[in-house]
Design a binder for this molecule. Structure first.
Ligand code: NAD
Length: 694
């Protein structure tokens, strides 16, 4: 394949990149650019050179297919290509269209002149992958934009339209017309004595560098304590103001190399790939015909139904909300309106947008109103009997080909599908609370769910701004099933001697926003208690009492009653350690014959996080999850797993599966519930073979 096309016309050589879809700067393209520039310099007919991409992309930066392969660093490297441009004896003009990001922008900064389409998207987003621009971006951008603007762009990774930089030295021209034609005109207009403007020869214009840098250092410390890249970006950019260009470039390289192997960058790059992989389903063609979703029905206007409806209204898709009673309907609609008005007060939407969205919402007490919907999502009480009534009704009224979805968090989607004569159209859409905010959507594929139904739901999830992950049918699906294992591991540690506050603190230091006991107090302990009471009634002998039962018996339901695992002061959510809880736990331990021991924070974290990874591996070997990285996406987007750790499966992989299995066995050896610590067969296999979990 020709990685770039070369053409000479009227004294201008045009080098057009040809590495679809986004002109990633792979080895072939890098080599082709150097060859093109050399050829143009050797041609007597050429006076100037234009570099151009496609309408879609000048270049989106590094070629992701080369990541981790020797080709990514094979000469000519991007730095060499940029030097070749800078040193070209004939002026080089970059014609920027589409996206011009990361290495793509660094390449353009190596040209002597830049002509951009006003709508072209430019930025240095490397920080989002835990690295920094490593081909001179941290040294050249401040020289054309000034320190403050360049710092903001590099530290945030923000992508902006080229028009935002019109009039700055970043672009010589910003045009509303075809940037290639404009760049060729521009190149023709350059006289034979036109200067070869090298950004490296400029000084950074800002005067008050010290104050700006101090501010930036403090800001990144506060905002991204867990990630080293933003602080490294500041230091690299700082060098552009107080070191020579070459010294700055050397520092940039050194910091880049350090970041590239940092655990945080590995985690972020893993997540980047995992998010994309999660939407691809083996055996379903990417071009499968999707079912149109133009009208949505939602059943139940409670906590979930309201939030679910908002997702569609936000995307401009009309919703019919159905309830049993007018009063419930009115309450649900009022909550939706209140949510929108609160968003409006924060200045995120206008009053007009509130009305536009509310106008897309209609309500009904009759199933017959749903006969034309393309998708209906049930969010009624979590009770199989109630679900049965709803799905039989839906089967009766909804048009053929419509998708029938349940938001159940625990019930068997195959059983729900069996209430209809069209199980192939039934699927689980497990939104998380608050459903209009949380990014995760577990898509539960039933035994009979049709491929086009699944593909349509994945596509629809993206349209409403959700991150979809496909799960098979099992108790709790991917996320909640793992949560049970995590909570049991925490309870075991607590029963054996650690205080709830120590467990929370250990997991919060690891990076969870809240430990399990604080989460329990926030969510309310009565919900779990009600479920356990039902289990106990059904099987009194098999029921094993837990500490939380005693808390609930004492009326401690969490924050809403001012007491749970902690004590709360009215009007304040801060947890206070409560001696009453300590006494209650001590009594419980004595009754159960447990002699308490001390735990290190590290052991607490290992027990809880390895419990997640072990259950995750079981979910993977049963085929409930399609890939290990899907499990990470569930945990990162739905359960507050710390992003810089990359998810429980990635974390276990990094800790070494051999070490993880060994630790799990040791936990099992001293446990009163050794079966819970049985290592997943898949984990054992991979620990043996040394192969990564996929
Ligand atoms: N709350 C959560 O955090 C959460 C998270 C994920 C999934 N879910 C699941 O979502 C579903 C709804 O949960 P929720 O928290 O919104 O409950 P909720 O009690 O807040 O709301 C349920 C609503 O359904 C209505 N309803 C009940 N039976 C009905 C029927 N036959 N026809 C029409 N409307 C009916 C009720 O009037 C009520 O307004 C459950 O299956 C639950 O497991 C809940």
């Amino acid at each position: 394949m020709d990685h770039a096309f070369y053409e000479e016309k009227d004294g201008v050589a045009v080098i057009t990149f040809n590495n679809p879809p986004v002109n990633g700067l792979g080895h072939g393209l890098r080599q082709a650019i150097v060859e093109g520039v050399d050829r143009a310099n050797g041609s007597a007919a050429v006076r100037a050179i234009v570099l151009s991409g496609s309408e879609r992309a000048f270049s989106a930066g590094a070629d992701v297919t080369e990541f981790g392969t020797p080709k990514s660093s094979q000469a000519p490297t991007l730095r060499t290509v940029i030097e070749v441009l800078e040193q070209s004896a004939k002026p080089v003009v970059a014609a920027i269209n589409g996206v011009c990001l990361g290495g793509g922008l660094e390449l353009a900064l190596g040209a002597h002149y830049r002509v951009a389409a006003a709508g072209a998207k430019v930025g240095l987003p490397e920080v989002k992958l835990g690295i920094l621009p490593g081909a001179g971006g941290t040294q050249r951008l401040p020289r054309v934009l000034g320190l403050e603007k360049a710092l903001n762009l590099i530290v945030s990774g923000q992508i902006s339209k080229a028009s935002a930089f019109a009039g700055s030295a970043l672009f010589d021209k910003v045009v509303d017309t075809d940037p290639l034609a404009a760049a060729v005109e521009f190149a023709k207009g350059l006289g034979s004595d036109a200067p070869l403007k090298r950004i490296r020869d400029l000084n950074v214009p800002d005067a008050d560098a010290d104050a700006l840098l101090l501010n930036a250092r403090n800001a990144v410390k506060a905002a991204s304590a867990r990630f080293p890249a933003p602080a490294a970006c500041v230091e690299a950019v700082a060098a552009s103001t107080n070191q020579s260009f070459d010294d700055g470039l050397a520092l940039e390289r050194q910091l880049f190399t350090q970041l590239l192997t940092s655990p945080e960058s590995l985690a972020l790059r893993h997540v980047f790939a995992a998010e994309r992989a999660a939407t691809k389903i083996p055996g379903i063609a990417a071009d499968i015909a999707l079912r149109p979703i133009k009208l949505v029905g939602v059943i139940g206007a409670g906590t979930m139904g309201g939030g679910i409806s908002m997702n569609y209204l936000n995307a401009g898709i009309p919703v019919i909300l159905l309830e049993q009673k007018e009063e419930a309907l009115q309450r649900g609609v009022a909550t939706i309106r209140k949510n929108y008005e609160n968003t409006m007060k924060k200045g995120r939407i206008t009053a007009e947008q509130v009305e536009e969205r509310m106008n897309l919402l209609s309500t009904s007490l009759s199933y017959d109103a749903l006969n034309e919907v393309d998708l209906v999502i049930e969010a009624v009480f979590e009770d199989m009997g109630v679900k049965e009534v709803v799905f039989r009704e839906l089967d009766r009224v909804v048009k053929p080909g419509a998708i029938l979805a349940s938001n159940t968090s625990t019930l068997d989607v195959d059983k729900i599908a069996s209430f209809t004569k069209r199980p192939e159209d039934v699927i689980g859409l497990h939104f998380f609370s608050p459903a209009n905010v949380m990014k995760l959507l577990e898509i539960v594929r039933g035994e009979k769910t049709a491929n086009d139904v699944l593909a349509t739901c994945i596509d629809m999830a993206k349209k409403i701004g959700k991150q979809p992950v496909v799960s098979g049918v099992c108790d709790g699906f991917i996320g909640n099933r793992m949560l049970y294992a995590y909570r049991d591991a925490a309870d075991e540690v607590m029963l054996q001697g650690a205080a709830p506050s120590q467990v929370d603190r250990a997991l919060e230091s690891f990076g969870f926003a809240m430990g399990p006991y604080r989460v329990g107090d926030l969510a309310g302990l009565d919900i779990g208690w009600a479920i356990r009471k039902r289990k106990k009634e059904a099987n009194p002998q098999g029921y094993e009492e837990v500490v939380a039962d005693r808390l609930c018996e004492a009326g401690r339901f969490g924050q809403k009653t001012g007491a749970g695992w902690y004590r709360y002061v009215a009007g304040d959510r801060k947890p206070h350690v409560d001696p009453e809880v300590e006494t209650l736990i001590e009594t419980f331990r004595k009754e159960k014959g447990v002699t308490p021991r001390s735990f290190s924070d590290q052991e607490i974290v290992e027990r809880c996080v390895y419990a997640l990874a072990n259950e995750g591996a079981k979910i993977l070997e049963e085929g409930i999850a399609l890939r290990a990285s899907d499990i990470d996406i569930v945990y990162l987007n739905g359960y507050g797993f710390p992003l810089h750790r990359g998810g429980p499966m990635h974390y276990a992989q990094q800790a070494g599966l051999f070490n993880v299995v060994r630790a799990i066995r040791q936990f099992g050896a001293t446990s009163s519930r050794p079966q819970a610590w049985q290592p997943a067969a898949l984990l054992e296999q991979h620990a043996q073979s040394g192969e990564a979990l996929k």
